[in-house]
Ligand binder design. Structure first.
Ligand code: 13P
Length: 339
């Protein structure tokens, strides 16, 4: 695939106010979500749940692409169509999570490094043949008194860049996700400093490893107070500091920045994105979303594993997807939630 084709895919994922649905929970993680609604973590229940998401009528008006887990990319809808076909017919590009998880980092008591580089070239070739056109790799950065170390930031950035270069070689747009977690009680200023340092390492490695910045998307955390911080920064501060941090580190040639929701409430994740687009209507990159929990939580709750609740679950998903697509254009107002 040519560089121009990669650029086109990357741009198409963030054009027109659309964003990405992250539905790539591993079998263990989706199991925890299903358990909360009293649903067994069987292959068939995982399949039924993902079918409900992907077949929501008109989802493609707000959602440009879906990140899947390996199992999901190979599954089919009850009518016999592969999920890949279902997504394509619903105007959504199939994507795939390719890392194999964050593992204990040797020599650091608490930190993690994301694995999955062994055999990655061959796996990407197979995913491309199955229909995937973009991929995701998530690095996890924790903030604590003496953390993160530069050692952790550096090895994670190195792995992200190796993954991104391999994706581009094999015709997939890499989503580069260095997530600074909201866990803890740190302030928004501390989140800013750590996010800033992490992005500095990430872009240095992307340059060094010859990644084409026009053919990738960045998936960062917002700059935000930790969930247990006593003085929670307001929405305007989250939007302003996130923009300032990204402007400092993300080259303007990158076509899009798609945020993760990271444990924010559904409404906050939407409001923060909308405010950013309102504050920076002429930002060099598109500012959109790649939410997991903030798109799916309401749908899971409505579904409860019941076939007669599928329509209700789909309308809960469509509602969040539409609100986030409005936010990607700077047009969402919290007052809409009451309607
Ligand atoms: P959340 O929006 O739930 O943080 O998930 C996005 C994601 O894909 C994390 O890797």
């Amino acid at each position: 695939m040519s560089r121009a084709e990669l650029h086109t895919i990357a741009r198409s994922l963030v054009e027109g106010g659309r964003g990405i649905l992250a539905a790539d929970e591993s079998t263990g993680t989706i199991g925890k979500r299903l358990e909360k609604i009293g649903v067994n973590n069987s292959e068939e229940n995982r399949r039924a749940y993902r079918e409900l998401l992907f077949t929501a009528p008109g989802l493609g008006e707000s959602i440009s692409g879906v990140i899947c887990y390996d199992e999901t990319l190979r599954q089919r809808a009850l009518d016999g169509r592969s999920f890949v076909e279902v997504m394509q017919q619903n105007r959504m590009v199939p994507g795939i999570k390719v890392d194999t998880g964050a593992k204990a980092l040797a020599g650091s008591a608490q930190e993690k490094v994301t694995e999955g580089l062994d055999g990655l070239r061959e796996r990407l070739q197979e995913y491309h043949a199955l229909g995937a056109r973009f991929a995701k790799w998530r690095a996890v950065i924790e903030i604590a008194a003496d953390l993160p170390t530069d050692y952790c930031l550096s090895v994670n950035a190195h792995a992200l860049a190796r993954y991104a270069a391999l994706c581009q070689e094999n015709g997939l747009v890499p989503i580069v996700e260095p997530e600074v977690l909201m866990d803890g009680d740190h302030t928004i200023e501390r989140c800013y400093a750590v996010t800033s340092r992490s992005l500095q390492f990430v872009f240095a490695e992307l340059y060094a490893q010859r990644v084409d910045l026009s053919g990738m998307l960045l998936k960062p955390n917002m700059v935000i107070s930790a969930s247990a911080c006593r003085t929670q920064a307001g929405a305007e501060d989250v939007a302003r500091l996130s923009l300032q941090c990204l402007r400092t580190h993300v080259p303007s040639i990158v076509p899009g920045i798609v945020f993760l929701s990271g444990g924010q409430s559904d409404e906050r994740a939407t409001e923060h994105l909308s405010l950013m687009n309102r504050l920076a209507p002429a930002a060099p990159w598109k500012l959109s979303f790649s939410y997991g929990r903030a798109l799916q939580a309401a749908a899971l709750k409505a579904w409860q594993g019941k076939s007669d609740q599928i329509a209700a679950a789909q309308s809960a998903l469509l509602r969040r997807a539409r609100f986030n697509a409005m936010a990607a254009r700077g047009q969402y107002e919290p007052a809409l939630e009451a309607a």
